[in-house]
Design a protein around this ligand. Structure first.
Ligand code: ARG
Length: 269
């Protein structure tokens, strides 16, 4: 009888230790759990971060900052999403979603441009813009309609500006439409006199001029179709898109959206 009680005590003790371990949960390193008890999915946001003040990096730091990361972080908090940001070239963003290399595009992407909406599903517009011509501060170019066939204009490959400079070359309006991977390269070409202008989204050119008005300026007024910036998901991912749209609507309703516009010196046009 004594042995039976001893074995019973050992078994009960082992059971209690096991129960305590199970209630204690794993280490703090374990991923958050979803309501259904699974690990929270980490959603990849793909972008091209030379597009200040929407997405950019500073002083060699790899962290992507700007209006878009702040907006998406607020949407993620509102909707219980977990995000990580992945950098790639702008013309790789849509293929990344199509090949499941990313879950969300957030890159100041104009949802009205070309056949983009045939390839991915865009959300609600979070900013509207148009294009401007950036020139050297000593240029006497009056605007986009005054460019001559001997000139070269630069913009970013795969963007509405990039498509425009290539079309202008094909139409013989300029000698060359120079399309580059990063906006910083476009600005450098202008600074070095390699090109006579850069076609860029107005708020991004404004941000550049805020620190480089000694070497560059806008020539003329805005042009091109109105751009509607929106995030995008893979075709058919309605569940995620609904969450993103709901989160954006909540930010607009609770004042967070306007707070971020002010933080990044943007004005909803
Ligand atoms: N708004 C333009 C477009 O949709 C330029 C976007 C560039 N964005 C970026 N993160 N590089 O084509």
């Amino acid at each position: 009888m004594k042995n039976f009680k001893k074995y019973l005590a050992l078994i009960l003790g082992a059971a209690m230790i096991f129960a305590l371990a199970a209630c204690g949960g794993g280490s703090s390193e374990e991923p958050a759990e979803t309501e259904s008890g699974g690990d929270a999915e980490v959603l990849k946001v793909v972008t091209e971060p030379t597009f200040a003040p929407f997405e950019f990096t500073e002083d060699g730091n790899e962290e992507i900052v700007g209006f878009d990361p702040d907006m998406m972080a607020a949407i993620a908090e509102d909707q219980g999403l977990t995000l990580e940001w992945v950098t790639m070239e702008f013309d790789s963003l849509i293929p990344a979603l199509q090949s499941d290399q990313g879950d969300i595009i957030c890159a100041g992407m104009n949802k009205l441009a070309g056949d983009r909406a045939d390839k991915v599903d865009f959300g609600e517009t979070y900013f509207t813009s148009n294009l401007m011509l950036l020139v050297s501060s000593d240029s006497d170019l009056s605007g986009i309609d005054a460019v001559t066939p001997d000139m070269k204009l630069a913009s970013q490959i795969g963007t509405t500006g990039g498509d425009m400079v290539q079309a202008m070359q094909e139409e013989g309006k300029i000698a060359e439409g120079v399309v580059l991977n990063q906006w910083t390269d476009c600005y450098l070409q202008l600074k070095n006199g390699e090109v006579q202008g850069v076609i860029v989204d107005k708020p991004v050119g404004t941000e550049y001029l805020s620190e480089h008005s000694d070497i560059a300026k806008f020539a003329g007024e805005g042009f091109g179709d109105t751009e509607e910036f929106a995030f995008a998901v893979k075709k058919g991912n309605t569940e995620l898109l609904d969450k993103l749209n709901t989160g954006l609507a909540n930010l607009k309703a609770n004042g967070k959206y306007d707070e971020l516009l002010t933080k990044w010196k943007l004005s909803a046009e």
